[in-house]
Design a protein around this ligand. Structure first.
Ligand code: 5GP
Length: 198
């Protein structure tokens, strides 16, 4: 069976990656979205094992020692990592996988798995990003300031990504993401392999 593809979706905190992916998944029901592990505290409404695997720092370090992560990074004072096993199982089963991870993690995966497709989601403006972070109401003004600073640094590395999607409206961004996934499956090498396999 043909293996699934890995799509990495990055973008500043608050840009709306979660909302865009939610709309995309209504159309692409078979896509596996990796559930990351993190040491940050759950936000209201976030469930363990659904939004993240919420771990304490010691357990996170144990997973690191067991080589259980495909990649991991520190982001604004907390650790985040992609558990390897579930991603590999989904890909072996022929499912496309989406990893919603930060730029440091994306670059680690691009190095290890050069066929991964890197997609950066950007806000229409910095003012809009600040507005969305404030509206979310989950971070203190200092934390928001840190996340905004981090966002500007991240956008400078977006040149390493294959695609750049601007989240002006969730529907548009989801449509572009969907088009990118379709285009990646139409790459000539992949199509030629299918034909020569017949
Ligand atoms: P948040 O705290 O807002 O949920 O996430 C903060 C940042 O961590 C976001 O940019 C998000 O994409 C990133 N992130 C979430 N999971 C992972 C992961 O497994 N690995 C890495 N490297 N970054 C992650």
């Amino acid at each position: 069976m043909k293996k699934g593809k890995t799509f990495i979706v990055s973008g500043p905190s608050g840009v709306g990656k979660g909302s865009v992916l939610k709309v995309l998944l209504e159309k692409r029901k078979d896509v596996y979205v990796s559930v990351s592990a993190t040491t940050r505290q759950p936000r209201t409404g976030e469930e363990n094992g659904v939004h993240y695997h919420f771990l304490d720092v010691d357990t996170f370090h144990e997973w690191m020692a067991q080589d259980a992560f495909l990649e991991y990074a520190e982001y604004v004072g907390n650790f985040y990592g992609t558990p390897k096993r579930f991603v590999d199982e989904a890909m072996e089963a022929g499912r496309d996988v989406i990893l919603e991870i930060d730029v440091q993690g994306a670059l680690q995966i691009a190095h290890k798995r050069p066929d991964a497709v890197l997609i950066f989601i950007a806000p229409p403006s910095w003012e809009e990003l600040a507005r969305r972070l404030t509206l979310r109401g989950t971070d203190s003004p200092e934390k928001i300031e840190k996340r905004l600073l981090r966002a500007k640094v991240e956008c400078r590395t977006a040149g390493a990504y294959h695609y750049f999607v601007i989240n002006d409206t969730i529907e548009n961004a989801a449509m572009e993401l969907d088009a990118i996934m379709t285009a990646e499956h139409c790459r000539s090498m992949e199509r030629m392999e299918i034909i020569s396999g017949n």
